[in-house]
Design a protein around this ligand. Structure first.
Ligand code: KG4
Ligand code: ZN
Length: 340
């Protein structure tokens, strides 16, 4: 069985082939970062127009390179949400129509579930149950993953997502979108103890997050320092340290509260080196297992969608002929919609 995975939820066009016997065969990503850089964020209309141009050639290139014929495909999995409606529509239309033409199933996949499952593509994949820390541009949540499809959110952000906080702060520092990796690089030259940023919601019980205050703190600090570029590395380092400390404090608390012995981290921010190092220290201290996706599967990609689709097929999920997108599809409704 070979599944074609299609990811077009935002500004990345990702495609992949997953085989039941051989595992992940290959994947390709086309990133639109250069297209949106000058606007300081993703422009939805430009994103969907570019997805239209890039998706089919990318699929055909992948199949040609891997010497796989369209008739070898057993199913097509596409991201149905959450994400930008126009971008999602491109993947959904292509995925659903191609599957119809080939008379094979098309599987709508939840983007968040795909991120959660990305670490399963690695050697020694995590087992269930486990605690998941999902940190992306649109989300920040602690999830008790009981089993495939059994997701219980036990903590989530009350405002900004963690990647969003990185991106917005980077923008104030004059850095182009996406700002997360750029802040992380600038922070390498800075002193993380020079400025004391808040560690929001860590001084009270609970597992929820709030990152909009940290971003505002950064904006005020930059203003107070006269927007002097020589202070930027220390601001970036202090900001990053506060975010990572907060994520580690809450993850530690969640492990202690649930008694789970495995932590699985995913989403774009899981590429952050400081987060990886600090969580590794925590895992050693608590004597728990720790899993990350490889760096290229932290951010959006087709491989995680193909894998999620494969799991749904294996579980006997049935789909119809509707071209379905759910731009605001959450993890809670994921339980009902995908695993009903
Ligand atoms: O998972 P993703 O590709 O898209 C969403 O589903 O949202 O995550 C993208 C986010 C962006 O906000 C980006 O700035 C952030 O992940 N990011 C990072 C790093 N690499 C990507 N944030 C901090 N440090 C990084 N190394
Ligand atoms: Zn994503």
């Amino acid at each position: 069985m070979i599944i074609l995975g299609i990811e077009t939820s935002c500004d990345e066009t990702g495609v992949a082939l997953y085989s039941e016997t051989a595992g992940l065969m290959a994947h390709r990503i086309y990133s639109q970062i250069a297209l949106h850089e000058e606007f300081g964020g993703v422009v939805p209309e430009l994103a969907s127009r570019d997805q239209i141009q890039k998706l089919l050639p990318l699929i055909l290139q992948l199949l040609t390179d891997e010497e796989i014929a369209l008739s070898d495909l057993s199913a097509i999995a596409y991201t149905a949400g959450p994400g930008l409606a126009g971008s999602l529509m491109v993947g959904a239309c292509v995925g659903r129509s191609l599957a119809y033409a080939l008379n094979i199933p098309a599987i709508p996949v939840n983007h968040l579930e795909a991120h959660l499952l990305a670490p399963m593509l690695e050697e020694n994949p995590p087992t269930f149950p486990h605690l998941a820390l999902l940190v992306s541009g649109g989300h920040c949540a602690l999830i008790h993953v009981e089993k495939l499809g059994g997701y219980f959110i036990i903590g989530e952000t009350q405002d900004d997502a963690v990647g969003e906080a990185f991106d917005k702060t980077a923008r104030i520092l004059g850095m182009p979108y996406p700002g997360g990796p750029k802040i992380a690089t600038l922070a390498l030259e800075g002193n993380p103890t020079r400025y004391h940023f808040p560690r929001p919601m860590t001084d009270r019980p609970g597992l929820d997050f709030s990152f909009s205050g940290i971003k505002t703190f950064a904006a005020n600090l930059i203003h107070q320092e006269g927007s002097d570029p020589s202070t930027f590395p220390d601001i970036a380092a202090s900001f990053q340290r506060a975010i990572i400390d907060t994520l580690v404090i809450k993850s530690r608390r969640a492990i202690q509260q649930t008694g789970l012995s495995t932590l699985v981290v995913s989403g774009g921010v899981s590429a952050n080196q400081l987060l990886r190092e600090e969580l590794a220290l925590m895992a050693r201290d608590l004597n728990i297992e720790l899993h990350f996706p490889r760096l290229e599967f932290c951010t959006d990609n087709g491989a995680m969608v193909a894998y999620a689709g494969f799991q749904h097929i294996k579980q006997g999920k049935k789909t119809d002929l509707t071209i379905n997108i759910e731009p605001r599809w959450g993890m809670g409704s994921n339980l009902r919609l995908i695993h009903s």
